[in-house]
Design a protein around this ligand. Structure first.
Ligand code: TLP
Length: 352
């Protein structure tokens, strides 16, 4: 096989550090970051703050911790946080907004993961002792559960202006903001300017093994730093892993365009399968296919696994494919050919 098998399209989190990235990690100068003495972490934080046009950034172990630290630092106990009904913070972070920060998430519907300013406006609670106080609104760009869709900058600006007017904070889950930036050419700082706090990940499409950064004003990041200690996320000689992130930011942003092209190729194969549909426009590196009519998600995933293609289950009727730097165009084409050949599968219990 000219490419590794199985062809792993479960997530862009499955990548392994390249030899060059590992060398950069092995050679990284390190120090105790709780004493603020790790030069590699300092370098990463400065790079990210600069790219995002924020005063400061903070390296943290995961995207989940980064989002949760931002929410915790922006809000107060008992606040409500408005988010899209398919937001990562709502579905995939273990209920941590409630468990760790006593926050109530308020899901709102919106096309392809994007909230309309009118819907947000109507969801902000009036000031009254009866209601939770609306502390913040959250945007996710690109939007994971809605197939890697991109929030248009104009929509983000409108939400940002509305939030300012209504006195609430804005958090941007930019785990894949790099993908939005590469797909649209919009500078990262323009996206980031619409939010008080931004979280970006190095362990998704950029291919680093560990970590995320949150970013915001000096004052915000200092408070987030105290909360990071409380959450157990302050690390010592973590420059060794931050070096992977520095390498990823320096080398792997531009190439995300290849992942986007590969996702479009994959979608074209998926659409050859009778009965399969794709709900959201394929704009970046995620494709979510509705397989409810052709056997259901578990059965489709299992059938593809047997034929050497790995995908994820997004719901009982949807599977998710994510392209990334460890699957070449050739491997994606091979996966597409397998998909077009072995799907649809028969629904469970269908007689011969
Ligand atoms: N997403 C993972 C799973 O949790 C679903 C994936 O495979 O896509 N924000 C967004 C938008 C994310 O997609 C993720 C990871 C996170 C935050 C959390 O990052 P980690 O996994 O580093 O905690």
């Amino acid at each position: 096989m000219p490419y590794p098998t199985p062809i792993d399209l479960r997530s862009d989190t499955v990548t392994r550090p390249s030899d060059a990235m590992r060398r950069a990690m092995a050679d990284a100068p390190v120090g105790d970051d709780v004493y603020r003495e790790d030069p590699t972490i300092d370098k990463l934080q400065e790079m990210v703050a600069d790219m995002l046009g924020k005063e400061a950034a903070l390296y943290v172990p995961s995207g989940t911790m980064s989002n949760q630290l931002c929410l915790r630092t922006l809000t107060h106990m008992g606040d409500e946080v408005i988010c899209h009904e398919d937001a990562h913070i709502l579905h995939y972070e273990g209920g941590s907004a409630a468990a760790l920060s006593a926050l109530q998430l308020r899901p709102v519907a919106g096309d392809h993961g994007i909230l309309s300013p009118d819907a947000v406006d109507a969801t902000i609670r009036p000031n009254s002792e009866h209601f939770a106080h609306t502390g913040a609104v959250e945007m996710e760009n690109t939007h994971n559960r809605c197939g890697g869709t991109i929030w248009p900058l104009e929509d983000m600006r409108k939400i940002s202006a509305l939030a300012k007017e209504r006195g609430i904070k804005v958090h941007l889950d930019g785990a894949r903001l790099w993908n939005a930036h590469v797909a649209t050419g919009v500078p990262l700082a323009d996206y980031a300017a619409t939010a008080d706090s931004v979280s970006v990940c190095f362990s998704k499409g950029l291919g680093a093994p560990v970590g995320s950064c949150l970013a915001g004003s000096f004052e915000f990041v200092e408070r987030a730093r105290c909360n990071r200690k409380r959450f157990g996320g302050a690390m010592r000689q973590a420059g060794i892993i931050a070096a992977g992130a520095v390498y990823a930011v320096e080398h792997n942003i531009g190439r995300l365009a290849e992942d986007h092209a590969n996702a479009a190729t994959l979608a074209s194969y998926l659409l050859q399968v009778p009965g399969l549909s794709i709900h959201h426009p394929v704009q970046t590196n995620i494709v979510i296919a509705d397989v409810g009519a052709i056997g259901g998600a578990e059965q489709v995933m299992e059938t593809l696994r047997e034929h050497g293609v790995l995908c994820g289950v997004a719901s009982p009727t949807r599977v998710r494919f994510v392209t990334h730097l460890d699957v070449s165009a050739e491997a994606v084409k091979a996966a597409g050919e397998i998909i077009a050949r072995v799907l649809p599968v028969r629904a469970l219990g269908t007689p011969d």
